[in-house]
Design a protein around this ligand. Sequence first.
Ligand code: LLP
Length: 442
Amino acid sequence: MVATQRQSGYLCENISRAPSGELLLAGQSVASLAERYGTPLYLYDENRIRERCRTYLGALADGFGVGRARALYASKAASFRRLYEIMHEEGMGIDVVSVGEIYTAHLAGYPLSLAYFHSNNKTDSDIEYAIDMGVGTFVVDNEEELLAINTISAEKGTRARVLLRLTPGIDPHTYAAVATGKVDSKFGSAIETGQAESITRLALTLDAVELRGFHCHVGSQVFDSDVYIRAARVMLDFVAYMKSAAGFVTHELDIGGGYGVRYVESDPEIDIRANILEVAAFMQDYAGRLGITLPEIAMEPGRSIVADAGMTVYTVGTVKRIPGYKSYVSVDGGMTDNPRFALYGSRYTLLPVAAPLGEEVMTCSVVGRCCESGDIIQEQVQMPVDIGRGALIATLTTGAYNYSMASNYNRLPRAAVVMLRDGESYLAVRRETVEDITRLDV
Ligand code: LLP
């Protein structure tokens, strides 16, 4: 894996400090944005999102050839209308996993023929909905689902384009909750057990599905150098095998999610372009050695498209110092807007907004306001020793899997989402109100 080291203390070049010391995102004052829109607040640097889309699109086109590869934004990372508009404008495909994501993309005017519908358990009504909405491709997890799609497509007089999700048996060395490529995964049909071959043969017998090819996704937040190359090798072996064993020519091969991102200074910075070019060179060479034409390639980055465009801003409430023990800084958000520490122990970088850390610092846990001890944003955080009520704290790299995993636990309203673009800001998702929270109660 090609990695470069950054010197800056702020993880991504869109984060800086004004001469006064105050924190800036995309050149805009975080404190002013907090004042204008309130906290807790999700901020997104739109230009950074667009830049990351272009990095993937450019590298895929250069590596595999124009029109020979596509980038699909894995919208589980962050899903709201404005993002689908941006993806459409940038020429990105999308990966959707639920009727909610499909509908949101539809509302954004996103052409659903470019959408790929994933998930390991699509219900009959999900399948009907996706067909009715014109979703372009189903990524099929297992035989039961394949048969259900065939039946429903036949009833509707259509033919569904499908990719089959396979498990290549690769350990991506990431945290357990996001590792999906091993044989004993809930996702996909394993190559090793023969189930991949059997679902492929089954698909070829069905009239109302058009088998386009295969998909795999080995895990998320992957840094390990050769994970994609190892997965690609197994998948191409399978493509060659199905050609010789069943005469099936694979048109599309989707190699799954994108690269890992930096949450803390010690995380490596991945050169996405260089890595994609490396994978592309390998795949072209290996396909040649196998005597097959390289199928059209797809990649589905989510995290690396939006993560470091995002930042969450909180207002400090209570600061509790327990002599001889530890200190807690409570903020007005928590696991409801960022459950990733509670779920995975994820590391984050937190900064005081007003000014950089000086000499006088304290180590504390930054915690939320849910009635639960596990409601922690991060432990072992350094904050100014005199931090107190009303101060602002920012968590960096929260653009992925934060808003999309937010909840109303304790009936807390979800935070607003604000986009920053060319020195201006605008609301993309308004702050929830107590009326929003109670509107489904009958
Ligand atoms: N494609 C498939 C089939 C996936 O399952 C995923 C992520 C992606 C693409 C996008 O992967 P990425 O580029 O974002 O690494 N909630 C967890 C992450 C779950 C990822 C699930 N699948 C977290 O907060 O870390």
